[in-house]
Design a protein. Structure first.
Length: 284
């Protein structure tokens, strides 16, 4: 078990291996997790997945929906999620989510795996989401998230003349008497957002942002907190209608591949609605 832990197998995956026939093989023979490896022995791990297309025991319906694939191999998929598409199914959204779309895509490739999205995005935020295709890549990617070694860069259009660079260090909590809205609150969870303004014109700013933490609505809340809410943000800038959704896009990802260990640097271009808005205000 010590060797598996050193290789970042989570406790839940190790327990699953214990229950799986031939889950752990040493020189082709079924072995216990407490087996001490010796020099020259061949260790083979065979992971099995729970019920296909499941999410916490809930059946996900495959649906042919438009989304772009930035990267895919046998261990992970990085999707460029369009704005307006929820990540996970919920009441009223059981057939129009990224989970439905990925499930359909996997079906077309004759693959089957539970939907495990490592970095969540708001429904109206476009950009890249990482989906782990097996339990091993999932536990390693979640560990990278906990250790804050997955670097996420966003692009936004904000009201006003945002300073050229800065850091917002302000804790965030759920706003009282609401399920959805968040606010800066001294009693909240730590939240740190860094930003660099790329262009300023016509009373707006085009801003690059990257996160040390991943709180719900973090960028949207922090930008309102410093007096520069995002255009089109119905929740934190309700009087603005210059876009039909918040002008926020997850455009760059840097992380380590969970199995090969290779550095990954991925990019998703600005979607058409943000390019059009930025061009209209001479920000691009």
């Amino acid at each position: 078990m010590g060797f598996l832990k050193d290789k970042h197998y989570s406790r839940s995956v190790i327990i699953q291996l214990k229950k799986t026939k031939n889950g752990i093989l040493v020189n082709g023979e079924w072995a216990y997790v407490n087996h001490i490896l010796k020099k020259g022995e061949l260790l083979t791990i065979q992971l099995t997945e729970p019920g296909e297309d499941s999410l916490s025991g809930q059946k996900i319906l495959p649906a042919k929906l438009e989304f772009s694939i930035v990267y895919e191999d046998k261990d992970l998929l990085v999707a460029d999620k369009p704005a307006g598409m929820p990540v996970h199914p919920s009441i009223g959204h059981d057939k129009n989510t990224l989970a439905n779309a990925v499930c359909y895509h996997a079906q077309q490739r004759h693959e089957s795996y539970p939907f495990r999205c490592i970095n969540r995005l708001d429904r109206d935020t476009s950009g890249m989401a990482i989906i782990a295709k097996n339990a091993y890549s999932s536990c390693i990617l979640y560990e990278q998230m906990r250790e804050r070694s997955i670097q996420r860069t966003y692009y936004a259009i904000a009201e006003g003349m945002v300073p050229w660079e800065g850091t917002i260090n302000a804790p965030i909590a759920r706003k009282e008497h609401t399920i959805l809205e968040r606010a800066v609150d001294p009693a909240g969870e730590p939240a740190v957002t860094h930003f660099q303004t790329l262009a300023r014109n016509n009373g707006l700013s085009y801003v690059k942002l990257w996160l040390d933490t991943g709180r719900t609505h973090q960028i949207r809340v922090h930008m309102r907190h410093i007096g520069h809410p995002l255009i089109g943000d119905f929740l934190y800038n309700p009087n603005d209608s210059r876009m039909e959704r918040q002008a926020l896009h997850a455009g760059n990802l840097r992380f380590t591949h969970p199995v090969s260990g290779q550095p990954m640097q991925l990019a998703a271009p600005l979607p058409e609605d943000m390019r059009t808005a930025a061009a209209a205000f001479s920000l691009l």
